[in-house]
Design a protein around this ligand. Structure first.
Ligand code: F6P
Length: 360
C-alpha cells in the first residue's frame, strides 16, 4: 500500500478530524504510505486542487477540533446533481465522472468517512472498481451493523446539557418546555438525552404519538404537583394520524429537510391551556469539540480502517461490536437503517421510570 485517499462526506459530525488524524498517522507511521486528502467529499476529485497531500504536520492539533479540515458536501447525490448548462439548470448523473477521476488518482485504497448516503455511493464505487473502506459517521447513530457511530456521543451530551438548562427555567416559570432534536428518522439522540436529562415526554419517529395523550401527561403532572414539564421531541416524530413535518420539501436532488414538529406540539399544548415554549437545538448538536468517547472511537475507527485497507479487505466498513472494532460488508451497513427498538430495554426503561411516549 503506497498511496491512499481519505474523504469526509455528508453532514459533518464531531470526531471527523480525529479519524483523519488517525488515518494519516497510522498510514505514514505503520505503512510508510502517502496520504491524499480529498476536499468537500467526492466533489474534490473533480475540482481543481481538490486532491492534495496530507502529512503528519497537516493533522497536528486537530484532535479536539470539530468540523472537518477536509470540508464536506451535502449537495445531494452524485446520480442527480444540479448543474448550469448554457445558463439553464439541469440535473445530471455525475457518478461516472467521479469514478473516472478517482481511477486517475491510482489509489491503493480510498477511505470514505460518511453516513448512509456517502457509504451507499462507496459501495457502488467498489462495484465500479474502486478499493474503498468505509468509516461510520453520523450524530443520528442510524447506521446498521455498528453499535455506535462517532459523533453520536457528543450530540447526545450537547442535547442533555440543553435539557438540563431548560429544566431550571421551566421550573421557574411553571411552563412546558419542548426541545426539538435532530436524528432524522431515528430517535436515538432524543431517547438517550431525554432519559439522561430527565424528560417527562419523549416523542420519537419509531413511536407515533397522540397529541391528546401528550397534553394529558402534562396536565396529570400538574395535578400531581409538578407545575412544569420537559418534552424531548425528535425532528422526525409524527402523530399517529399525521405526517412527518418538513420545513423544506425534498426534490430530485435533495432529501426533504425535517423541522417544525416541536412547534406543532407546542401549539397544541397552548390550545389546551398549557403555557409552552419551544427550542429547536439544530446544528449546535453537530458543532464544537468532540467528547472524549468520540475522540477515542474516531481514532480507533481511523486506525483500523487503514489496517483493513492494508489487508485489501475492500467494500467493508469498520464497526464497533461488543466494544471491539471489527469490519463488516458495506452492503450490510447500508441495507437496513438502524432504528430504536421499540420493545428494547431503552424504551422499557424510559417507560418504567414514568416517561410517556405519547402513544397510550
Ligand atoms: O444526519 C445528520 C443530520 O444532522 C440530521 O440529524 C439532520 O436532519 C440533518 O443532518 C440536517 O442536515 P443539514 O446539515 O443538511 O441541514
Amino acid at each position: 500500500m503506497k498511496r491512499i485517499g481519505v474523504l469526509t462526506g455528508g453532514g459533518d459530525a464531531p470526531g471527523l478530524n480525529a479519524v483523519i488524524r488517525a488515518v494519516v498517522k497510522t498510514a505514514t507511521n505503520d505503512y510508510g504510505c502517502h496520504v491524499l486528502g480529498i476536499k468537500n467529499g467526492y466533489d474534490g476529485f473533480t475540482m481543481p486542487g481538490g486532491v492534495f497531500p496530507l502529512t503528519a504536520a497537516d493533522v497536528r492539533g486537530i484532535l479536539p477540533r470539530g468540523g472537518t479540515i477536509l470540508g464536506t458536501a451535502n449537495r445531494g447525490n452524485p446520480y442527480a446533481r444540479k448543474v448550469i448548462v448554457n445558463g439553464k439548470e439541469e440535473v445530471i448523473d455525475v457518478s461516472s465522472d467521479i469514478v473516472q477521476a478517482i481511477k486517475d488518482q491510482k489509489l491503493d485504497a480510498l477511505i470514505v468517512i460518511g453516513g448512509d448516503g456517502t457509504l451507499r455511493f462507496a459501495h457502488d464505487m467498489f462495484l465500479r472498481g474502486i478499493p474503498v473502506v468505509g468509516v461510520p459517521k453520523t450524530i443520528d447513530n442510524d447506521i446498521h451493523g455498528t453499535e455506535v457511530s462517532f459523533g453520536f456521543d457528543t450530540a447526545l451530551n450537547i442535547a442533555t446539557e440543553a435539557i438540563d438548562r431548560l429544566h431550571t427555567t421551566a421550573e421557574s416559570h411553571q411552563r412546558a418546555m419542548i426541545i426539538e432534536l435532530m436524528g432524522r428518522d431515528a430517535g436515538f439522540i432524543t431517547l438517550h438525552s431525554g432519559v439522561a436529562g430527565g424528560a417527562d415526554v419523549i416523542l420519537i419517529p419509531e413511536i407515533p404519538f397522540k397529541l391528546e395523550t401528550v397534553a394529558r401527561k402534562v396536565l396529570e403532572r400538574r395535578a400531581h404537583g409538578s407545575s412544569f414539564s420537559i418534552l424531548a421531541v425528535s425532528e422526525g416524530a409524527r402523530p399517529i394520524d399525521g405526517e412527518v413535518t418538513y420545513n423544506r420539501p425534498g426534490d430530485q436532488v435533495f432529501v426533504p429537510r425535517l423541522g417544525g414538529i416541536g412547534q406543532k406540539v407546542g401549539e397544541y399544548l397552548e390550545s389546551a391551556g398549557i403555557e409552552t415554549r419551544v427550542t429547536v437545538l439544530g446544528h449546535v448538536q453537530r458543532g464544537g469539540t468532540p467528547s472524549a468517547f468520540d475522540r477515542w472511537l474516531a481514532t480507533r475507527y481511523g486506525s483500523s480502517a487503514v489496517r483493513v485497507a492494508a489487508q485489501k479487505h475492500f467494500d467493508r466498513m469498520v464497526a464497533l461490536m461488543n466494544g471491539m472494532i471489527t469490519d463488516i460488508p458495506l452492503l450490510d451497513a447500508i441495507a437496513i437503517p438502524k432504528r430504536v427498538d421499540v420493545n428494547g430495554d431503552a424504551v422499557m426503561t424510559a417507560r418504567g421510570i414514568g416517561i410517556s411516549f405519547g402513544n397510550e
